[in-house]
Design a protein around this ligand. Sequence first.
Ligand code: GLC
Length: 440
Amino acid sequence: MRFERSHTRKAVALAVVSSLVLFTAACGGGDDGSKGNTGSAGGALEGRGPIKFATGKDTSGNLTSQVAAWNSQHPDEKVEITELPESADQQRNQLISNAQIKSTEFSVLNLDVVWTAEFAANRWVTQLPEDQFPDLGKLLPSTVATGKYRDKLYAVPVTSDGGLLYYRKDLLDKAGLKPPTTWPEMIAACAKVKALPEGKAINCYAGQFEKYEGLTVNFSEAVNSAGGVVVGDDGKPNVDTPEALAGLTALAEGFKTGFIPKAAITYTEEPGRRAFQDGNLLFHRNWPYVYALANKTDGSSKIAGKFGVAPLPGLNGPGVSTLGGHNYAISEFTPNKATAADFIKFMSSEERQKANVEKTSQAPTWASLYDDAALNKQFPYLAPLKASIGSAKSRPQVVKYGDVTTAIQDAAYNTLKPNGTDPKTALKDLQTKLSSLITQ
Ligand code: GLC
């Protein structure tokens, strides 16, 4: 297979570079700092009363019960959930439209980890006094960093996210195979499984390739897992490189050879999860929340108990996850900031996070929960997940994140779609675009 051969050549050439990058500390890079919110002292959080909590569609299914726990203890400060769309980009658009008119509608905002700089610099969210959030020191440090802008806290991490490789253990066992640790191993494993009668119809691999934030995540993982960077440690974009090319080419070849099914160009998290749960995928890149849902024995999953979870494979060694997750922030425009702050403390508490991981398998941000024996028994992937989150790469932490992610999505989508642009041209153009968006 053409992909496998060129892949192996590049893999050898990249071995040294990728191992260096893999062990470099996670660092988002650039900040164009175009707006001047350098942060005030983090004033008093005052005002109490009922509030609204704006959050993306709850695909994990447990948010209502978490909020009900708060409401039963706070009858005069009830929290009402406003569910925004499923896609991160659409959530962002709605939150921004609201903030731009200084709407008092929402008090607590569930922010994707990549939006902190933009929301803080535009003064759409309130700076949080760190001393009012004493548990911060007990959270995974990489998650706390995502809630900061220019060293000041604007949002508190409630769930983290690291990419995982879901695989059909039953089929790999039948073929006498262990979970793959590299992309070529994954391709070879799929060919073996497809040679089995029970593997004949299965598709090999899918991540998230629709043109939205999830594509930025998958593109970044492909680039980082091939030893490249999107933004370097110096804060400058650097995607016109052989390493980034190897990463994007791996995805493009995946589509061309059929290793990634055509339908995956429309996949966001949920359609991918459903394809995996319906037994149509051998390998699937997704977030931890899929674990609990795919293991449900109520008939919604055809593969409960038949799959395993492994770290993401890289081009020639371990892969690099993109750091995901969600932080809660207080709208600058809400009159009820004291209630909002207490609700955030409640939702980010160890007790609530434990309850949440038990129900949803979402990645907690409390470090201690990763060492909890009972939880590790229930979710055997917690230890590798902690490591994956610790070494995960952040997406660029920039004020103009919306433009940056759009540029990345355009480049990746135009390459991966049928009859797409060649990866080299796409990366060259992307480098030009990112350089104009991310300036020091
Ligand atoms: C998950 C991640 C988030 C990411 C999104 C992409 O929700 O937690 O960080 O941006 O997926 O779809």
